[in-house]
Design a protein around this ligand. Structure first.
Ligand code: GLC
Length: 653
């Protein structure tokens, strides 16, 4: 009964109805429109999460817990605002390291040992014996979204848009295994990945976090990444074997908002919501994903963080998700009527843990009061705590030993080799007129462009800092820039590589490789209003034109988090490669672009577009299977050295 009364969206509509008929009509429509019909959704079940023996053990633990301890398990604080000693007062169950939150030593860019010390300090704080208090280990989450990207020295893989171009699910799983190993070695047990967004408008600042514009590719990748990160559901020993908990995010339709506005409104019908944006959650749940993160965005005007029909009726009910649901960073605070320190609506909607980076103390106190008053039922509290303890137990957190911690696996050669393979397979050849590629290994190559020798730009957002800015090559001791890879390749074959960001040279080169593209960004800071690249400052185009004017063939290597309108640049370049955001293993670019001394390719292009490429700057919603569909390069496009084709001039108006 209480649950029905707490249907936030209807409650909000009724309250508004008292205020104004017009608003009431709209809000009631919104509320009615934003209710998901569970029977229309796929029926699935979590695999490998529920074990009767563990459930009985959880019964016993819950039976000993006070209400404060239960509520504490449902609150996640950020390590920038909580100290290990706080845990002796506040029984907080989880911490996270937000994109800009340093380990306890305070150094924003720290190596693995600083992160391991931090994890151990909080863990011992959480299990320190206290009279009458159950020792429940803390769960430590972090955004390891393209490798363990907060840690200096870690292997940084191409962002998901580049992995989509590889069309290689087995590679995705191998990347998941490596990411889990490097994360578990630093004592962290949970990563907020994979992102299962299916971006529909590439102006969205998080397009690159999506694997593809079509669920057809996101589905197998969801399964592969969850299995890579967590291990096989039935055999898993979690962190003991170097695995971590995964997060299917952001539920649901984070990539379907109007105009690609981050945290905006997905004003789409339920059929499209299910067919495009929910499909991959089926695969993640059946692969045993342990957590799901709710999206900031809204569906039909109602914030997902307050949508009980989506979280409880669909995700936990119809789709049988048996892990726990976490909110996004103060996402609960965006719910009408809520604040960062108080949101019974989100908990009653079915969110089990609230990500409360700053207001965690007051949120804890307010939520205890709301549970005592009955505004949040004890059944809801116990359900949330059960799910959280279930994941902690399946992860092996209650085991005394952590044999995988401290293992020297961060950025090791075998991990980097897999990342370099991913770079090679992610490259998409859009143009190769006159067969200017592959470049002979004995050639004199000018490497130009601001991004040529900048590993930070090649990594993009979510790298050592939230936005991926402020990094220098020194912050990537195990990495190699694109220029570094080219120099290494040609030098071993008697050639010469000259770095010249502005394109100046003393001796005319045989060919110029111009590495250019988007500067790093993350989330809403990457939202754009036009797909036109350098819409107001065509400096990269000017650089390529000047090289061409001197009779130098130009190979364009474009670094971007999405397809953009680059017709002028395409027309000037002799060859054009979409390299996305390749990460620390820039050598993978040279592997494909630089041939052997005879000019034969050493590796061919295999990458295929997982996002359609626009012909016109106004094609902001350009997705396979939708009309009109007139891309410059369609979903699945990619030239190879064997399958050559001359690209005629493309329209620049
Ligand atoms: C961010 C993102 C989410 C991330 C979380 C923790 O706002 O939306 O993807 O996992 O906060 O950093």
């Amino acid at each position: 009964m209480l649950r029905i009364l707490c249907r936030t969206s209807v409650l909000a509509a009724l309250l508004v109805w008292l205020v104004s008929p017009a608003m009431a009509a709209q809000s009631a429509d919104d509320a009615e429109r934003a209710i998901a019909h569970a029977a229309r959704w796929p029926r699935t079940r979590s695999v490998g999460l529920i074990d009767p023996k563990i459930e009985r053990w959880i019964d016993g633990v819950i039976g000993q817990m006070t209400l404060e301890e239960k509520v504490g398990q449902m609150i996640q604080a950020d390590i920038s605002t909580i100290r290990p000693e706080d845990l002796s007062i506040y029984p907080i169950g989880s911490i996270l390291a937000g994109g800009d939150s340093p380990p306890l030593n305070g150094e924003d860019r720290s190596n693995a040992s600083a992160w391991l010390e931090t994890a151990r300090a909080f863990r011992s704080g959480s299990v320190e014996a206290r009279p009458g208090r159950a020792a429940i280990p803390i769960l430590f989450g972090i955004d390891a979204v393209h490798g363990h990207n907060n840690v200096v020295g870690a292997t940084i893989f191409p962002h998901n848009i580049g992995l989509g171009a590889t069309r290689d699910s087995r590679l995705i799983r191998r990347i998941g295994v490596i990411t889990a190993r490097e994360t578990a070695a630093t004592g962290i047990d949970w990563v907020f990945a994979p992102t299962l967004a299916v971006p529909q408008d590439d102006r969205w600042g998080r397009t690159y976090e999506g694997y593809a514009e079509s669920p057809e590719l996101v589905r197998p990748y969801a399964r592969a990444m969850v299995l890579g990160l967590q291990g096989e559901p039935r055999k898993r020993r979690g962190v003991l074997d170097g695995y971590v908990a995964a997060t299917a995010k952001h539920f649901v339709a984070d990539g379907g908002t109007r105009d690609g506005i981050d945290q905006g409104d997905a004003d789409i019908d339920e059929k499209e919501l299910i067919r495009i944006h929910a499909a991959a959650y089926e695969d993640a749940i059946e692969a045993g994903v342990m957590t799901v993160m709710v999206s900031y965005s809204s569906w039909q005007g109602v914030k997902n963080h307050a949508n009980e029909s989506l979280i409880t009726d669909v995700l936990k009910g119809r789709m049988g998700f048996a892990g726990f649901v976490i909110g996004d960073w103060n996402g609960h605070g965006q719910v009408p009527g809520c604040t960062d320190d108080s949101c019974p609506q989100a908990i009653n909607a079915g969110i089990d843990m609230l990500m409360a980076p700053t207001a965690w103390r007051r949120l804890f106190e307010n939520t205890v009061r709301q549970a005592q008053s009955g505004e949040i039922s004890l059944a809801r509290i116990d359900d949330a705590v059960r799910r959280i303890l279930r994941v902690k137990a399946r992860l092996g957190l209650f085991e005394r030993e952590r044999p995988f911690e401290g293992r020297p696996v961060i950025g090791i050669a075998e991990h980097r080799a897999v990342a370099r393979e991913a770079v090679r397979k992610s490259l998409v050849l859009l143009k190769n007129n006159g067969g200017v590629l592959p470049i002979k290994g004995s050639a004199h190559v000018l490497v130009a462009g601001a991004a040529a020798d900048d590993i930070g730009v090649a990594c993009g957002g979510w790298t050592l800092s939230w936005q991926g800015t402020g990094n220098t090559n020194a912050h990537f001791p195990n990495g190699q820039s694109i220029y570094g890879g080219i120099r290494e390749a040609v030098t071993t074959m008697g050639g010469r590589a000259e770095l010249s960001p502005d394109g100046n040279y003393s001796v005319k080169p045989d060919v110029a490789i111009v590495v250019f593209g988007e500067r790093p960004y993350a989330e809403m800071k990457g939202d754009i209003r036009t797909l036109g690249y350098q819409a107001t400052d065509k400096s990269d185009l000017a650089l390529m034109k000047s090289l061409k004017a001197n009779g130098i063939p130009v190979v364009a290597v474009f670094l971007s988090g999405r397809p953009l309108w680059v017709n002028p640049e395409l027309n000037v370049a002799d060859a054009f490669v979409a390299a996305w955001l390749p990460g620390t293993e820039g050598g993978g670019v040279a592997d494909v672009l630089i041939g052997d001394v005879a000019g034969r390719s050493r590796y061919d292009f295999t990458g295929k577009l997982s996002f359609s490429w626009p012909k016109r700057v106004d094609q902001t919603r350009l997705n396979i299977g939708q009309t009109p569909y007139e891309p410059l390069f369609p979903y699945g496009y990619g030239l190879t050295y064997r399958k050559r084709a001359e690209l005629p001039p493309v329209p620049e108006d």
